[in-house]
Design a protein around this ligand. Sequence first.
Ligand code: SAH
Length: 343
Amino acid sequence: MIDFRDFTYKELENYIIKINEPKFRAKQIFQWIHKGVNSFDDIININKGLKEKLKNEGYICNMVIEEKYTSNIDGTTKYIMRLKDENFIECVLMKYTFGNTICISTQVGCSMGCSFCASTIGGKIRNLTAGEMFGQVLTLQNDIKEKISNVVLMGTGEPFDNYENVIKFLNIINDPNGINIGMRHITISTCGLVPQIKMLADLNLQITLAISLHAPNDEIRKKIMPIANRYSMEELLDACKYYIKRTNRRITFEYALINEINDSEENALELSKKLKGMLCHVNLIPLNKVDEREFIKPDMDKVNIFKNILLKNGIETTVRREMGSDINAACGQLRRRFIQKNK
Ligand code: SAH
């Protein structure tokens, strides 16, 4: 069966031509899908015959909300979605003053193995399709009856380990015939797959690239991120410089502060030296405690000392505001709880 949310505009046009329907039908159907309809019956400007034909070949709705939790602190809502094959994924809605932001998953599970992250504990089950990434956006929009204006690919999974589907998803949501989310409103976060960073740079898409750096050198990085064994920090930072050169976009470096692992003054100084002169911004994230892991976050004094060292050295730095701390919002934790509870 065909997932109609997985079609780019061009692909849908080709499909409509293939089934001997007039080309303008593609635009109608595409627009309705992007308005969030869940069934062909809800498309009012196509005839019954065509609806039946489409129903025999595929579906529009590719997931349902299984559970949702809203934070009492800041209104952040975490969703568990059930996919057609009974896999579960999570995504998060964050309400900011500049608009509604969705954090989507790109894979069911993750194979990157970062030692502080809950998403990777059960390994990777499969890649999500572009349609399933888009489905998360549409399902949330339908649920809150408001538009989503920003998309961050920072949920479960490594986007660059699912590169083709991710790029297709960007093309779907950026299409002027559809929900048309501007590239500047999209952020991709990666643990640092160097070849894909360069490939993305060559597409020159104007999206924001966020790199999960989490360490000032290879020695510490290797202890917490297996990907550091594949690409050195030098190669990674070179790829980042290439991205900046090609796109002229500022890169965000994410740095989860972990007590006694990467949070010393010396670490801050070393990081400052490595990033000096780059068009970048550091986002410090005090670690979210994951039950299965022994790591904890440093106290706020240490976080501030770290931040001030970077600032003093001319590196733009912010500390990430913790969202939804009362609802297991950290990276894959909710999905894990959910799967364990329903075993
Ligand atoms: N695989 C991608 C995107 C998903 S993770 C990546 O690695 O960037 C999104 C961000 O949350 C990453 O920076 C990740 O390192 C971070 N993260 C994972 N677990 C965390 C935890 N327990 N506390 C704080 N940040 C965490």
